[in-house]
Write a protein that binds this ligand. Structure first.
Ligand SMILES: Cc1cc2nc3c(=O)[nH]c(=O)nc-3n(C[C@H](O)[C@H](O)[C@H](O)COP(=O)(O)OP(=O)(O)OC[C@H]3O[C@@H](n4cnc5c(N)ncnc54)[C@H](O)[C@@H]3O)c2cc1C
Length: 369
């Protein structure tokens, strides 16, 4: 039997679960759909470090700081058993990076403290350079996605097509007024090539150890504090791949080697390996909002490929929440709240997230594609 919803969210990673969470708060009848279950994609593989961006004052850093504070508040208030505020030390990779950190410090707006190499040594961390501690940062357990999805119906289906009938979307066995695509690196349900979303592969190893480590840290890899005798080490690599690379224990050897230059990993025993893909786009900003009807634009805008601009036509009542990059657990809640407000109350979405910004850049090159 077909069930009808206000909104169906496809993809139950941190993007989909947080969107469903905010929509439910707005009294929407919501269905979450995922082919493999909650946090089965990149969100389950993630070390899920909740870590601020360090850098110069670019729009991405400003957005990241705002999203960090927004999510921090909610994680502390409503998701305490799934968020651990261990603090995160940001450690420069090398002397050149340390020089950059000197500059970056001017732009830090979040609470922070400087740790000298001697202070780090007392914590059991080897570094020739000063590090920056962000005490509000920490680790999310991917179980936070399940907590967000509590009380929301879940359908375990692999959606192969979407179409509209009498003004409603048909999605597998169900129908809805609105659809949200939160499918991570898999983007073949609609033509959204203009958003240039690509998958980047990464892995994480979980190690049993007695090492006392109170802070989490990030250098060229991320290392968690010791929670209940387990330290997680993770990284996503700059590797564009079409499909996720299978996971094996060998793939985390490199991570452990890198960790060994920072901390004493001599008693580390591998107890779990996780691999997955994260989705990023060209400008590293999330994409949240309406979806342009690319086919219509190409067919009905005679000189669009020569650079002429036309009013944009959108596919009705379908939205995207994607390209959260290496900071899914920082960006998702802010983005989800913006999108849920828009769907439920028609409030405009933060313009910085608007995928439209990518359309004319893409169309300029489209005639060569
Ligand atoms: C190894 C690794 C380490 C990472 N570390 C961190 C970190 O420390 N901190 C951080 O903030 N971020 C980290 N990230 C990035 C973070 O994981 C991503 O930003 C985040 O997972 C994106 O969430 P998402 O919901 O957009 O995508 P995903 O979690 O990938 O969710 C997409 C979901 O859509 C489902 N789906 C796709 N197509 C369909 C379909 N047709 N029908 C039904 N279901 C479908 C998939 O099954 C999947 O569950 C890491 C990523 C990886 C891979």
């Amino acid at each position: 039997m077909k069930h009808h919803y206000d909104t169906i969210v496809i993809g139950a990673g941190i993007a989909g679960c947080s969107t469903a969470y905010f929509l439910k708060q707005k009294n929407q009848k919501v269905l979450l759909v995922d082919k493999n279950g909650i946090a089965s994609g990149g969100s389950g593989a993630a070390g899920a470090f909740f870590s601020p961006k360090v850098g110069i004052n670019l729009p991405i850093k400003q957005l990241s700081d705002e999203a960090f504070l927004f999510a921090h508040d909610l994680y502390k208030k409503h998701f305490n058993g799934h968020f651990f505020q261990s603090g995160i030390l940001r450690i420069p990779k090398d002397a050149k990076d340390a020089q950059k950190f000197e500059i970056y410090r001017r732009y830090i707006t979040l609470k922070h403290e400087i740790y000298t190499p001697q202070m780090l040594k007392e914590l059991g961390i080897q570094s020739d350079f000063e590090a920056i501690l962000f005490p509000q940062a920490g680790i999310c357990n991917p179980s936070i996605c399940e907590q967000m999805a509590q009380g929301i119906e879940l359908d375990l289906s692999d959606i192969k097509e979407l179409y509209q009938e009498n003004g409603f979307w048909i999605c597998g066995k169900h129908s809805a007024k609105n659809i949200v695509l939160a499918t991570g690196y898999e983007t073949d349900l609609l033509d959204i090539r203009y958003m240039s979303i690509k998958g980047i592969w990464g892995n994480r190893g979980d190690f049993k150890t007695d090492l006392k480590l109170d802070f989490s840290m990030h250098k060229n890899i991320s290392i968690s504090a010791n929670f209940d005798g387990v330290i997680k080490i993770g990284a996503t690599h700059e590797l564009d791949v079409e499909e996720a690379i299978p996971c094996d224990d060998k793939s985390v050897t490199g991570l452990l080697e890198k960790a060994s230059s920072l901390i004493d990993s001599s008693d580390f025993e591998l107890i779990g390996t996780h691999c997955g893909m994260r989705a990023s786009n060209r400008d590293y900003m999330p994409v949240v909002g309406k979806i342009i009807d690319v086919e219509y634009m190409l067919q009905n805008s005679p000189n669009i490929l020569d650079g002429r601009k036309y009013p944009l036509k959108y596919i009705p009542n379908i939205y995207v929440h994607n390209a959260l990059g290496a900071r899914g657990f920082v960006f998702a809640l802010y983005c989800a709240n913006e999108l849920a407000n828009h769907i439920a109350t028609d409030k405009a979405i933060d313009a910085r997230l608007d995928p439209d910004r990518l359309f004319y850049n893409w169309i300029r090159k489209a005639k060569y594609i």
